[in-house]
Design a protein around this ligand. Structure first.
Ligand SMILES: [Zn+2]
Length: 345
């Protein structure tokens, strides 16, 4: 039986828990296609799956990773609209397709929603079988590693800013960690929407890159207090929207810099998920705190066009071989990456 390599987590723990395994090459079920993967994008989510999250059970063993780019290699029974050889990207959320949430374009709220590499086997393999709902044409303007780096983070940032916070032209948004995966997507999307963008980044090199992505003001979070800086740069007004994904280290300050009627939208807690919250501030200032996870596949298909139109661009740091998944995790956890890290298959 022909086999393939894949990256598997069998037990939670350190970088050595990422195992490169041989498995039989899967065959596509009815309604599925098999992809020959070319590139696999690494996200912070991959590192959480490896380390484990207190109070959350992952269905181990799991093939890791949510993002990927490849070529359609075989069609399962009944598949139409795709051909062998088509270059495609992976849409990282699986859902039932039959419930009210799915059918109103909110498939990320489906009770059966699973993120690839988190709730079900992911993309870090030489071959992957997926429902046709989970593949979309690769943007022609992007290389395979670039295309593998965009879906999860741009989908997340788009849903947060467009659907949840409803950021509008002329408003000011604070984006934390503007060179991180979701941060670099948020800076670009906010700019595209016509908002004024204040972003933070750690150190002069990251700050310069965030400026180049379109941020109007960049705060060096290693040198400067972002609360004081945002107040200074907005004439003490504060911002209408804060884009949160860092959590404990920034949350209290994020609430402080919001104007009356402001919206905080959060998709993550990379520095910890337990925060102090003053209800007085929330009601006196009429604040909205909005949670957000992933986004709809329809929105993702639409936003992929913006890469072909040159209005959004991938922020790729480096490409490593599949066998170096551990090094990719280390770069993310140490915050050493200046953009996305991708594995070449
Ligand atoms: Zn559903």
């Amino acid at each position: 039986m022909p086999t393939m390599r894949c990256v598997v987590v069998r037990e939670h723990g350190g970088l050595d828990r990422l195992c490169l395994e041989e498995r039989p090459i899967p065959n596509p079920a009815p309604g599925e296609v098999r992809l020959r993967m070319q590139a696999v994008g690494i996200n912070h989510l991959d590192t959480w799956v490896r380390r484990g999250v207190p109070g959350h059970t992952f269905p181990l063993p799991l093939v890791t990773s949510s993002d990927g780019c490849g070529v359609v290699d075989q069609l399962g029974p009944g598949v139409t609209g795709l051909r062998e050889g088509d270059p495609v990207v992976v849409l990282p959320g699986r859902s039932c397709g039959a419930c009210e949430a799915c059918q109103t374009g909110q498939d990320q709220l489906c009770r059966h929603y699973q993120i690839l590499g988190e709730g079900t086997d992911g993309t870090a393999a030489e071959f992957v079988c997926l429902p046709t709902a989970n593949v979309a044409p690769k943007p022609r303007a992007l290389t395979a590693p670039e295309a593998a780096s965009v879906c999860l983070v741009f989908q997340t940032a788009w849903h947060m800013l467009v659907r949840r916070a409803e950021l509008r032209a002329g408003e000011t948004v604070l984006v934390h960690a503007g060179l991180s995966g979701v941060g670099s997507a948020a800076v670009q999307i906010a700019n595209l929407l016509g908002a004024q963008v204040i972003a933070t980044a750690g150190g002069p090199e990251k700050c310069a890159r965030v400026q180049a992505l379109g941020a109007h003001h960049v705060i060096d979070s290693r040198q400067q207090d972002f609360v004081a800086e945002v107040r200074a740069r907005t004439g003490k007004q504060g911002v209408q929207v804060v884009f949160e994904h860092t959590g404990a280290a920034t949350f209290e300050g994020s609430l402080k810099v919001l104007q009356r009627g402001g919206r905080l939208v959060t998709c993550g807690a990379t520095t910890g998920g337990a925060v102090q919250l003053s209800l007085h501030a929330v009601f006196f200032k009429s604040l909205s705190i909005l949670g957000s996870t992933m986004g709809s596949k329809g929105d993702l298909r639409a936003l992929l066009r913006l890469f072909d139109q040159g209005r959004l661009r991938p922020v790729l740091d480096r490409v490593l071989p599949l066998a170096q998944a551990g090094e990719a995790h280390r770069l993310l956890e140490a915050r050493e990456a200046l953009g996305k890290v991708v594995l070449a298959v």
